[in-house]
Design a protein around this ligand. Sequence first.
Ligand SMILES: Nc1ncnc2c1ncn2[C@@H]1O[C@H](COP(=O)(O)OP(=O)(O)OP(=O)(O)O)[C@@H](O)[C@H]1O
Length: 486
Amino acid sequence: MHAAEKKVRAFVRVKPTAHFAQDVIKFGPDNKSIDIYIKKDAKKGVVNNKQTDWSFKLDGVLHNTSQELTYETVAKKLVSEALTGYNGTIMCYGQTGAGKTYTMTGATAEYKHRGIIPRAVQQVFRAIACSVDSFITVRISYLEIYNETLCDLLSTTTSNDMQMAIVDCPQGVYVKGLSIHSVSDEEDALNLLFEGETNRVIAEHSLNKNSSRSHCIFTIYIEVRSRVRVLSDIRCINSKINLIDLAGSERLSKTRSEGRVLKEAAYINKSLSFLEQIIIALADPKREHIPFRQSKLTHVLKDSLGGKCNTVLVANICGEALHVEETLSSLRFATRMKWITTEPVVNVTYDSEETVKTLEKEISLLKQELAMHDSLVNRSLVTYGPLTDVQVAEIKSQIHKYLQGAIDEIDIMNFRQVQEVFKQFKLIVRQQEGEVETRLRSKYILIDKNDFATIAAAQKVMAGKQKNTRSLKGLFKSSLRTDFNT
Ligand SMILES: Nc1ncnc2c1ncn2[C@@H]1O[C@H](COP(=O)(O)OP(=O)(O)OP(=O)(O)O)[C@@H](O)[C@H]1O
C-alpha cells in the first residue's frame, strides 16, 4: 500500500440489552472479530444449504463501552487530524433503535452520556485555546435529508423558499442555500446543535414526519490561519468534519409499513442501497465512474466518502436474537466499508488577498521608518519612488563618463539608483559582448567547443588544406629547382 494510503476504519457498537443473544453473537478475544451463528431452520428439513455461521473482522468491537471510550476509539484521532487540514467523516449506520443517535449526539440526561458531536466540538475548542501560532475559526451547519428533500435545521428564515441544491465545484461539494454559522466557543456550537435538534422535532409535528427516518449531517468547518508566514504567504488550512446519523436501515418487509411510513422506508432503502453501491464501487480500483449523483445522500457525501478524507463507520447493532438479520446486514455493510482505500490530503491554500494586505501594511510601516531615519540624518531631499526617465538618462550618462575615465565616482542617493546602475552596467556589457561576437563572426567560423562532429569535420578540412599547401610548396620548390637548373 502507498505510504499515504489508508483504509476506512469500521467499528461495531452493540446496544446494551438484558436479552443479549449469547448463543448467536460471539466476540473474539482480539476485540475486533465478531461471529454470528444462526441455528438451522428445522422446517427446511435435513437438506438445508443456508449459511449459518459468519465471521467478521473489523477495527474494533465496542461492547459495554462508555461514551468516552467510544469517542477515544472512533473520533479523537480524526478530529485532531481535521485540525491539521484533513477532512473527516464519521457515520453511524444501523437499524432503528440500535443506538446511532446515542452514539452521535448522546443522551442529555447526564453529561457523561454526551455523544461524538459535543465531544468533537469540545476537542476543537480545547485545541483553539492551546494554539499560539494560528487563528482558528469554526463554523457549523446542520443538514437533514428527508425523503430526498434537503432541509436546513439551522435556517434563520421562516419560510423554506430558499431552494437548496447540491453543487459540485473544484474545491469539493457544497449545499447551496445551507446556512453556515460562525461560532466563537463551545457553548455557541452546542446551542446550535440543540437548536437543530429542536427544529427537527418541530418539523416532525408540523410537517407530519418521523425524524428518526431522516439522515442528519452535522458539519464542523475549521479554518486555521497561520500567524507564521511561509515565503511571505499566509498559510490557510480549511477542513470539515461531517458527523452523520443515518436513517434506520431495516428492511421494508420487516416494517410492514404502509402510507407515509412505507414512502419513508422506500426512500431510506433507496438511498442506503445507493450508498452501499457507492461503497462497493469505491472499493474497486478498476471502477472509473462512481455514481455519486444517484441520491442526495451520496451526492452530498461525495468528498467525504473515501477519496481524500479520513472516514470512520460505526455499525450500531442490537444484541438480541430477534434482530439478527439486521445485525448481519449492518456487519456486511461495515466490512464493505473497510475495503475502501483512501488517500487523505491536507486542504491548504495560500491566501493571496490577505498576503497583499499584510505586505501593503508592512511597506507603509517601512516607509515611515525610512522617513524618520532620513530626517535624523538631514536627508530630507531623498525620494524613494520609481526613477523618472530623466533620472535614468542621468545615471546612463554618468556610467558612460565613468567608463571613459571622465569621472571617478557615480552619485548614489538611494537603493533604486544602485539597482539602476547595475542594470545599466549589465546592458553595456551585453552590448559589448554582441559587438565582439559580430566582429569575430565576420572573420572566423565559430564552432561550439562541445560540437565534436563539426570540430572533426573542420579538422579534416584543415588537414586537407595543409596537405595541399605542402604539395604546393613541394611543387614550388621542385619548380624552383628546375628553374635554377635550367
Ligand atoms: N450504548 C448505549 N447505552 C445506553 N443506551 C443506549 C445505547 N445505545 C442506545 N441506547 C438507548 O437506546 C434508545 C434508542 O437509541 P437511539 O435513539 O440512539 O437509536 P437510533 O439508532 O438512533 O434510532 P433511530 O434510527 O430511530 O434514530 C435510546 O433511548 C438510547 O438512549
